[in-house]
Design a protein around this ligand. Structure first.
Ligand code: UDP
Ligand code: MG
Length: 316
């Protein structure tokens, strides 16, 4: 049998209404590309009919379809990681299951791969998401640009393609809470970008609450830089300087220029104190983020547990 050219990886969490049109459009596009391909769906603990529908796809095209069934919900990035560990293609494409990334755009990414790019990011021409999400993305984009050396136009777009080498490096990393496009960027030798279409979610609702989005973006920042911690050290140094100056002023007013009201400075001091206490709380939270992640790593629990895996790897 000829070697697989492209593996498409799709995480699925309660997407029963999107799966059929997705599979139909994807199969059509990939058949037209005309080179051997496979698709790996990870069922990330769906509680609707997604699992059943995926099993149907496998029955219909066992040579093209592989299904990884998690025993629970581990999140989009872990679902993608599990598939990465099993891909056979030379080029690996990730795609969302909700049809926001049109499968018809995949050949655009493949064209760039054929030109020698090894991590190709889609960036959404006309992003169809709420205004709030777009502003949040802008903010996190700014923080990432500023604290890490990862350059990406549209980190949130999951329509991306990677070479096998990059994917193998990601699998070897064995990370837990991570942000795949950023990790891939670090391992790539020739990253590229291409503009892709973006549609509104076809059915169902977004699986990301604002809370989950904040968690994901913490993964992005804490996973790739220690700058936030270092900023606190700098801030502590600045505060020490400020405090010394304040002591100087108070000393001057107490002994050299006595007579001013003793009470007037108290509220200023309170304001400064409250400010510093809140800064300390942010700092403790931040240290907690890093320590918590370290803790999860040293526990060495399996990153995910499979219920079942449907695949037919026989040749022919
Ligand atoms: N997803 C997943 N596990 C989760 C959350 C999401 O596998 O815990 C999948 C989901 O089915 C979809 C993709 O990840 O295929 C992106 O999710 P969603 O469309 O909800 O994110 P958004 O487009 O709102 O950022
Ligand atoms: Mg979506």
């Amino acid at each position: 049998m000829s070697k697989i050219y492209c593996s498409v990886v799709i995480p699925v969490y309660n997407e029963e209404d999107n799966l059929r049109p997705l599979f139909e459009r994807l199969s059509k596009t990939m058949d037209e590309v005309g080179r051997p391909w496979e698709v790996i769906f990870t069922n990330d603990g769906s509680v609707d009919n997604s699992g059943k529908i995926l099993a149907e796809f496998y029955q219909a095209r066992p040579k093209q379809v592989r299904v990884i069934d998690f025993n629970g919900n581990y999140g989009q990035h872990m679902a993608i990681m599990a598939a990465f560990e099993r891909v056979r293609g030379e080029v690996i494409v990730t795609l969302d299951a909700d049809l926001q990334n049109p499968p018809e755009e995949v050949p655009k990414l493949l064209a760039l791969f054929d030109q020698g790019y090894d991590a190709i990011g889609g960036h959404r021409k006309d992003r169809q998401d709420s205004q709030g999400r777009k502003y949040a993305s802008k903010l996190i984009n700014f923080v990432r640009e500023w604290t890490t050396d990862i350059k990406m136009t549209d980190q949130g777009c999951m329509l991306r393609a990677y070479s096998r080498k990059v994917i193998d490096a990601i699998s070897r990393s064995g990370e837990r809470s991570t942000f795949i496009p950023a990790l891939a960027y670090k391992y790539a030798s020739k990253p590229g970008e291409v503009e892709v279409e973006h549609a509104e979610r076809a059915a169902g609702e977004s699986k990301y609450s604002y809370y989950k989005l904040i968690r994901l973006n913490f993964d992005l920042i804490t996973g790739f830089t220690l700058v936030p911690l270092q900023l606190f050290t700098l801030l502590a140094m600045a505060c020490t300087g400020g405090t010394l100056a304040l002591i100087g002023i108070l000393f001057f007013r107490r002994f050299i220029y006595p007579g001013a009201s003793e009470a007037e400075g108290v509220f200023t001091l309170f304001a400064i104190l409250f400010f510093l206490v809140s800064v300390c709380m942010v700092g403790i939270g931040l240290i907690g983020e890093y320590v918590g992640r370290t803790y999860q790593c040293v526990q060495q629990r399996p990153r995910y547990v499979l219920r079942e895996i449907m695949e037919d790897l026989s040749e022919g």
